[in-house]
Design a protein around this ligand. Structure first.
Ligand SMILES: Cc1cc2nc3c(=O)[nH]c(=O)nc-3n(C[C@H](O)[C@H](O)[C@H](O)COP(=O)(O)OP(=O)(O)OC[C@H]3O[C@@H](n4cnc5c(N)ncnc54)[C@H](O)[C@@H]3O)c2cc1C
Length: 371
């Protein structure tokens, strides 16, 4: 890509990069970070529309699990990359999270099989007492098992993403642009031209599209739609009870929900499944509906009744969901060097490193990250 001539007056020439990443959520930031780790001389542009996405509202829980071998491999790989990043930069906002699981006996086999690394052990009476100490009145029930696993972490995903982008800004030849939605990508001189509002702003040899919930409306939206990508709301509530020091995460596996102590913010975060499909971030962030409140309060009443009356707000955004719940990471047919990195499926933080590595693999050796 170096030395490409544009044939335009210098002051109007679009900026020139080896790799352009469209979207600066955790997926795009991770792609740019791992690409630069693989080749320090790579000139990477990350360009973002400026609207904060799911990344900035994420619960940020990473417990490496997966219901298919492929997903388990991605989960384990991602956790390993996060562990390396934490070891290299201990100030990154990622902390270990002691994790307990409350699950009906019938689900135990499925849960054991889904673990991608961490060991699952019976928590025993000591574990039950510990949990009751931090979540008074938690109903463990004779028909349920209380289990414990290590290897989980909790991140402030928005801050983590800002750290990664700050690193990119410091790298000579690389840039991060914000507030500029990419409206078009088209072939140019063996690479691609990125247009924003009809104006050519950058050219790059290769392009990764990581536009999160905007995927259907943005570049290659028709491709994402044809691959079955849909948009779903992801929601969590804030419970007005201050978590004590050392409080663990509690996962209600049968309900696809969890309680996470967010001590810095002074509340427990309760993540649950909101079944609201086909909204659009272009209409602004979604609201937590009365139905969301009913669903969440119902799960809380069943497991920790004392918390059901403590709902003090919450957070929600959209995420891309694929039919098989696997990330959509593939080269666009007929567009060599353009790769989609979409489909967070509500787990886009914990799978971001594996998604980024796969995207870079598809782009070829020069942009391949280190192992
Ligand atoms: C409440 C909540 C809780 C969650 N909890 C967890 C959890 O515990 N664990 C977990 O793993 N995941 C969780 N998730 C999911 C996870 O946060 C997302 O999957 C992940 O953040 C998606 O990241 P992304 O970078 O793909 O997309 P986003 O974060 O949405 O970023 C996309 C970016 O692209 C930009 N963009 C869009 N279109 C364009 C364009 N045309 N040009 C330029 N830029 C563009 C947007 O402005 C945005 O900045 C949660 C999500 C929510 C909302």
């Amino acid at each position: 890509m170096t030395g490409r001539t544009t044939g335009r007056p210098a002051e109007r020439a679009p900026a020139d990069f080896d790799l352009a990443v469209v979207g600066a959520g955790i997926t795009g930031a991770m792609v740019a970070h791992l690409a630069a780790e693989g080749d320090r001389s790579l000139r990477v542009l990350t360009v973002d529309g400026g609207a904060p996405g799911a990344t900035h509202l994420s619960a940020g829980l990473d417990v490496p699990t997966g219901h298919t071998p492929q997903k388990r491999a991605m989960a384990a790989r991602s956790s390993a990359v996060y562990a390396r990043l934490r070891a290299e930069r201990p100030t990154l906002p990622i902390r270990p999270a002691d994790t307990y699981w409350l699950i009906g006996r019938a689900g135990l086999g499925r849960l054991r099989e889904s673990m991608a690394g961490p060991r699952l052990t019976e928590a025993g009476a000591g574990g039950g007492a510990r949990l009751d100490g931090v979540l008074p009145g938690v109903r463990q029930g004779a028909d349920r098992l209380l289990l414990r696993s290590g290897g989980g972490t909790h991140a402030d995903v928005g801050r983590l993403t800002e750290h990664l982008l700050a690193g990119q800004r410091r790298r000579p030849g690389s840039e991060v642009w914000s507030g500029l939605p990419v409206t078009g990508v088209r072939p140019r001189d063996g690479g691609y031209e990125l247009t924003c509002g009809g104006e050519a702003r950058a050219v790059a040899g290769k392009v990764v599209v990581a536009t999160g919930a905007w995927a259907l409306a943005g570049p290659f939206g028709d491709v994402a739609r044809a691959r079955g990508l849909r948009i779903k709301k992801v929601a969590a509530l804030h419970l007005g009870v201050r978590p004590p020091a050392g409080a663990p995460v509690l996962i209600f596996d049968d309900d696809d929900a969890f309680l996470l102590p967010w001590r810095e913010k002074g509340y427990w975060l309760f993540s649950f499944t909101s079944d609201h499909w086909d909204g659009s971030p272009e209409d602004g962030p979604p609201e937590l509906s009365p139905e969301d409140h009913r669903t969440a309060a119902g799960i809380l009443r069943e497991h920790v009744p004392a918390l059901a009356g403590k709902i003090r707000g919450g957070r929600a955004f959209y995420d891309g969901y694929t039919p098989d719940r696997m990330p959509l990471v593939e080269e666009v047919e007929g567009w060599p060097g353009v790769v989609l990195a979409l489909g967070g499926n509500g787990s886009g933080y914990r799978l971001a490193p594996a998604v980024a590595e796969r995207a870079l693999e598809l782009l070829g050796p020069r942009e391949g990250g280190r192992s």
